[in-house]
Design a protein around this ligand. Structure first.
Ligand code: AMP
Ligand code: MN
Ligand code: MN
Ligand code: MN
Length: 293
């Protein structure tokens, strides 16, 4: 069954990366909030997929397998969400392995930098706060730093230590957008440009990014998210139409709050063509069985 606007959330994180909820908790929350479709899109891995799928089958939620891939474009970190992925694709698994190695090296280096500033065993402690085997992101470090009391919140931890230019920032050369789009396509999925307004680009730079993304085979962009100014949503809707991209919608949930939650405020302007009308999505829904096991 295909979703309708208002019943789907196509961007969320679990404890398989920097989300606070376990995959099955995320799915139960989606069901409790009246969603029929949820995409699990952890950073650079999909290891929560099996658990989420099991819970989704039991609760009548359609789980859309996904991941949020880190890429580098013009020295900026750009996130590409892959949706409707066949997670058993060897090329995708190989790609995740490479991302994991990059993340591991980076996480250890962030830890060393924090140690120099008096955060003892920063890496080990951050890892201990995460689920076993979870991908360690700056989001995990932010939570650890806040827990030590040396930052008032995760936002504060980011601004003081983790963002570009700060003492524990480690720059990483992620794969090119073309590589991310290619592996998503190999896995039968759809590439979505994540949160286009969060890169702090001028409109002309954002247009250059979208032009490049389209040239790489990118198919959709996120138009609706929580905590978004109406003018931003309208502008992104306009861009999606102009560049013939499908429109996606997602909370990017990490930790529920009154202003960010699954399905919260996710409406697409009427001129948009929803991402689930892509042929890849049609194929996915056609083959979808309530319980694939
Ligand atoms: P990484 O992929 O390791 O660079 O980590 C990026 C993640 O850090 C994002 O997905 C967010 O979850 C989190 N993040 C980014 N910016 C902030 C911020 N200003 N405050 C709190 N968390 C943030
Ligand atoms: Mn995150
Ligand atoms: Mn992101
Ligand atoms: Mn995200």
């Amino acid at each position: 069954m295909k979703p309708y606007v208002g019943t789907a959330d196509l961007h969320s994180h679990s404890t398989a990366s920097d989300g606070a909820l376990k995959p099955e908790e995320l799915v139960s929350r989606a069901a409790a909030r009246g969603l029929t479709h949820l995409a699990l899109t952890d950073h650079d891995n999909a290891s929560g997929g099996a658990q989420a799928q099991k819970a989704a089958g039991a609760l009548g939620v359609t789980l859309i397998p996904g991941a949020e891939i880190s890429t580098t474009w013009n020295n900026a970190e750009i996130h590409i969400v892959g949706l409707f992925l066949d997670l058993s694709t060897p090329a995708l698994q190989q790609f995740f392995k490479g991302q994991l190695e990059r993340r591991q090296e980076r996480a250890e280096e962030i830890g060393r930098r924090l140690e120099r500033q008096g955060f003892e065993h920063a890496y080990e402690r951050t890892k201990a706060m995460a689920r076993e085997g979870a991908v360690i992101t700056r989001g995990n470090y932010a939570r650890y730093i806040a827990s030590t009391g040396r930052a008032q919140s995760t936002d504060d931890a980011f601004n003081t230590y983790l963002k570009k230019g700060r003492s524990a920032y480690v720059s990483t050369l992620w794969p090119d957008i073309a590589e991310a789009c290619a592996v998503i396509a190999r896995a039968g999925g759809v590439s979505v440009l994540a949160h286009p307004r969060r890169y702090d680009f001028t409109n002309s730079k954002l247009r250059r990014l979208i032009t490049y993304f389209v040239s790489c085979g990118g198919r959709a962009m996120e138009v609706a998210s929580c905590q978004q100014r109406p003018c931003d949503r309208e502008f992104l809707a306009k861009l999606s139409v102009e560049y013939a991209l499908k429109a996606s919608l997602g909370s990017d949930l990490h930790q529920p709050s009154p202003w960010r939650d699954l399905g919260l405020s996710l409406l697409l302007p009427p001129e948009c063509s929803a991402v689930w009308t892509c042929p890849e999505a049609e194929t996915y829904f056609k083959n979808f069985k309530e319980d694939p096991a």
